[in-house]
Design a protein around this ligand. Structure first.
Ligand SMILES: [Zn+2]
Length: 150
């Protein structure tokens, strides 16, 4: 689906409001219509490429909104739910299995790697991939995120 997002095209560059293509949620994911998003130094860290993330990139990691659609395997969220979106985690490493996802052994790769937990991005523009941030890229009208992070 076509959405509006704040796209970052260059290190320390401006946030450019542009059309972006957002994939449908996969089986374990949720589509959220963002109503608000926080902004903090971690977004600035991404904007300044404190960790190199492939450009273009859509930042934003504190999304809040309303669930629009859920993937086939999501049974604890439904359209209309009011939600916040937090960081991404793999759910499978020893830390996640111990119910400490904030210590996820793949935290940096998943949240700063530009892709979702399956290694692909949900964002595209003009036929090219656009990097995600924290598994949500909430500086956009819509986000697709793992249900476990919503
Ligand atoms: Zn983990």
């Amino acid at each position: 689906m076509k959405i509006k997002a704040l796209v970052m095209h260059e290190k320390n560059g401006p946030y450019c409001m542009e059309d972006v293509e957002l994939d449908e949620p996969k089986d374990n994911e949720v589509l959220v219509r963002n109503v608000a998003s926080g902004i903090c130094h971690t977004d600035e860290f991404g904007r300044s490429q404190g960790v190199p993330i492939a450009l273009p990139l859509v930042l934003g990691h504190e999304g809040a909104g309303i669930v629009e659609r859920v993937g086939a395997n999501v049974d604890d969220l439904k359209p209309g739910d009011h939600v916040g979106i937090t960081y991404a985690f793999d759910g499978t490493c020893p830390a996640c299995q111990a119910h400490e996802p904030y210590y996820c052994e793949n935290f940096n790769q998943i949240n700063f790697g530009g892709v979702a937990t399956d290694g692909t991005t949900r964002l595209h523009q003009d036929g090219h991939d656009v990097s995600m941030f924290f598994g949500q890229s909430s500086f956009a009208t819509y986000s697709v995120a793992n249900a476990a992070s919503v």
